[in-house]
Design a protein around this ligand. Structure first.
Ligand code: SF4
Length: 334
C-alpha cells in the first residue's frame, strides 16, 4: 500500500514561559534560564489511505501536538508531514497555506463552536470560503452533512447551547466533514461524553469511515476505544513512538514494556473482581527527558545501556518496536 499521510522525523520543542519572579528579575538585568519542552522527538509515522490509526499514550506524551502538526495547525521544529506526497503546510508567496484536506475534531465541541453563531452558519462558513458550495446551495449543503451525522437538518437555526453534548460533537463532526476532507484527525473526541453517548459517536466514526472512505488519526488515552475503532495503533511515550503495529496484535501481545504497562493499567473484569496494575511512577517532565530510552526510570526490564543509548526502531513479529531487548528480532519476555 502507498503511504497516504507520512510524518518524517518530526520534532517539536516549545520554549516554556519563565516564572513571574524570573521575568521581574530579567527587567532588572537578571538572567533567565528558559527551559525547553521536548514535545516530540524524531517521530516517523505512516497512515495508509482508508486506514484508522490510533495514537495512544499517557497525558503529556505528545499525542495532541503530533495531531496538530499532522493537521498543519502547528509547525514542527524539524521534519515534515506530507499528504499524498505534498507538504501539509506548503510555503506560498504570502506565508503558509494549510491544506483543507485534513480536518480536526476536538475533545470539547462547545469550545470549538462559536456560541453566537447558528449552526447552519457555522457549517456553511468554511465551505463557502473554499468554494465547496454557493450561497444559493449552502442550506441544502449544510442539511446534507447534518443528516450524514444523524441530526435533523431543521436544526440549522439553533445555537450550540441548545444541543446536548453528544449532539454538539455530531455538529463538530459535520462541520469537519463539510470541508470534504480526506483525513480526519480526532483528538480525544469522546473523552468528555457520557459512556452511552461515547458508544454512539464511535459507531458514527465507524460508519463514516466505511461510507466516506475516510482516513482517521484517532488520538485517545482510552485503549478500549482504539482497539474497537482502529486497525493500526502507535504508542507514544514522552515524544517518541515506542511501538506500532496492527492493533489486534499489539493489544493481544504487546512487544514494548511501556505498551504492556499501559495494558496492565487497564481495569479488567475477571472473577467478579476488577484488577489492574498502575504504571510505576509518573511520566517524567518533557523539559528534562531521561537519557537513553526515555522509559528506563520506570521500566522493570531496563539494562545498563538503556540509560545511555536511545533504542532504534526495529521490526519484530510484524510490528515496529523501539526497545533494546527487541533487537535481533526477539520480543522482550514481558
Ligand atoms: Fe525498558 Fe530498556 Fe526496552 Fe527501554 S530499551 S523499554 S528501558 S528494556
Amino acid at each position: 500500500m502507498t503511504p497516504f499521510v507520512t510524518a518524517s522525523q518530526v520534532s517539536k520543542r516549545f520554549g516554556s514561559r519563565p516564572p513571574l519572579s524570573a521575568r521581574i528579575a530579567a527587567r532588572f538585568g537578571g538572567r533567565i534560564d528558559q527551559s525547553v519542552v521536548h514535545a516530540l522527538d524524531g517521530v516517523d509515522l505512516t497512515i495508509h489511505k482508508g486506514q484508522a490509526l490510533g495514537l495512544v499514550g499517557e497525558s503529556g506524551s505528545g499525542k495532541s501536538t503530533l495531531g496538530r502538526i499532522i493537521a498543519g495547525m502547528t509547525t514542527p521544529s524539524e521534519g515534515v508531514v506530507r499528504l499524498d506526497g505534498q507538504p501539509v503546510r506548503a510555503e506560498t508567496g504570502r506565508g503558509h497555506k494549510i491544506t483543507t484536506r485534513i480536518q480536526v475534531v476536538f475533545q470539547d465541541p462547545f469550545a470549538s463552536l462559536d456560541p453566537r453563531m447558528r449552526i447552519g452558519d457555522a457549517l456553511a462558513e468554511g465551505p463557502l470560503v473554499h468554494g465547496l458550495t454557493t450561497p444559493v446551495e449552502a442550506k441544502a449543503y449544510v442539511a446534507r452533512w447534518l443528516t450524514t451525522v444523524g441530526l435533523d437538518p431543521s436544526a440549522v437555526g439553533r445555537f450550540p447551547h441548545q444541543f446536548s453534548g453528544g449532539q454538539r460533537q455530531r455538529i463538530a463532526i459535520a462541520r469537519a466533514l463539510a470541508m470534504q476532507p480526506d483525513v480526519l484527525v480526532c483528538d480525544e473526541p469522546v473523552a468528555s461524553l457520557d459512556v452511552s453517548i461515547q458508544a454512539q459517536i464511535i459507531n458514527l466514526f465507524l460508519a463514516l469511515r466505511r461510507e466516506l472512505g475516510l482516513t482517521l488519526l484517532f488520538i485517545s488515552h482510552d485503549l478500549g476505544v482504539v482497539r474497537h475503532l482502529c486497525d493500526e495503533v502507535a504508542v507514544l511515550y514522552l515524544g517518541r513512538i515506542v511501538e506500532k503495529g496492527p492493533s489486534r496484535d499489539v493489544f493481544a501481545a504487546p512487544a514494548h514494556p511501556y505498551t504492556r504497562a499501559l495494558l496492565d493499567a487497564l481495569p479488567t473484569l475477571g472473577t467478579g473482581r476488577a484488577t489492574f496494575k498502575p504504571i510505576v511512577g509518573e511520566i517524567p517532565s518533557p523539559t528534562a527527558p531521561p537519557s537513553g530510552c526515555h522509559f528506563h526510570p520506570r521500566c522493570g526490564l531496563a539494562i545498563a545501556r538503556c540509560q545511555t543509548e536511545r533504542p532504534a526502531m526495529v521490526e519484530t513479529n510484524g510490528r515496529s518496536v523501539a526497545c533494546h531487548l527487541a533487537e535481533g528480532g526477539m520480543a522482550p519476555a514481558l
